[in-house]
Design a protein around this ligand. Sequence first.
Ligand code: PPS
Ligand code: MG
Length: 377
Amino acid sequence: MTSFSDNGLYSEELGVGVRAVHMACLLCQRLQNDLVLKRNEHVSSKDDNSPVTIADWSVQATVSWVLSEAFGSDNVSIVAEEDVQVLSKSSATGLLEAVVKTVNTCLAEAPQFGLKAPGSALGPKEVLEAIGRCNSTGGDTGRFWVLDPVDGTLGFVRGDQYAVALALIEDGEVVLGVLGCPNYPMRKELLNYHNGSSPPSDTGDKGCVMYARRGIHRSWMQPLLRGEERFVWPNSARQIQVSPIDDPELATFCEPVEKANSSHSFTAGLAHSVGLRNKPLRVYSMVKYAAIARGDAEIFMKFARAGYKEKIWDHAAAVVIIEEAGGLVTDAGGHRLDFSKGIYLEGLDRGIIACAGSKLHETLITAVDASWNSSSL
Ligand SMILES: Nc1ncnc2c1ncn2[C@@H]1O[C@H](COP(=O)(O)OS(=O)(=O)O)[C@@H](OP(=O)(O)O)[C@H]1O
Ligand SMILES: [Mg+2]
């Protein structure tokens, strides 16, 4: 196989992973555009979730097929969000047909990305096989990929931000991360819409893919391809870095849009106690982490309700991208997230805090300790 980026460790995996995520982003963009278009034309859909459901399964099948083709299906182990059972039922025939069509349209574009397309279109059996191959449960030894095919389901359905997240974990450590953000423009200004205005319309500058390899101390961002463009490594990649801001008065924090996913009242109390003045940037999906990695915001906080167990696919890709871009991601006790215990982040202390620098991070960890006992979390 041709060398994709350089001769360093995991360069082949990075080259294939980045390409697979680019392809998945374009697949998702098309499905989301259809969804938004239909809604604007008041075409009623019996099931508003179906485009995101199709996207979920199609991305999983596509990424699984591309990785297996590149490295051999016996060598590829994948932990992914979607389970093949539902799609295999006879009641899901229509859904499966739509997934097969979407996957084949996407895989036919593989040569544009320097990858091999299937010799002939995949049938339902092959698509189900590709999805079903993502049945790893992770762990602390060996190598496995982690995929969130469409992170930020609500954002996708609402025509807003969402992400495609792929990571490679070896012996419990995230060694590669690729984060596709199909609606996150290369330029910063366009994310600020969320504090009151509407989501971005087609700006012509839509979509980026970020990636990093452990130990390189650099993270990168590429624009999504448009039209007939061909992907030639490094595809106009530019290095990204976390923000230099370490003064809480100037810092911006991100958090989930939905209160059900993270307590807005707890983070508002923390923000007040450490002197954060800017309004929170509420954004769907791992695009929040992406904003920290490229310096659009300084802090990400997530405090889920007691008993909720965070899944590794919601964090893995972003952690290595932020760390290699100069930032930190820990639980609220200041410990690095543990990806070695299966599909959950077992032992997570209270919540997640990602910061551009250690000064802001220490300030927040101390503030959590001070206010935790009086919180209702
Ligand atoms: N109750 C609860 N608490 C905390 N977290 C939860 C909860 N339920 C789900 N999830 C996971 O959170 C993912 C969505 O997080 P977001 O940050 O995108 O949330 S938000 O939509 O902006 O509110 C979401 O990812 P996706 O399912 O991929 O969208 C879930 O993995
Ligand atoms: Mg998710």
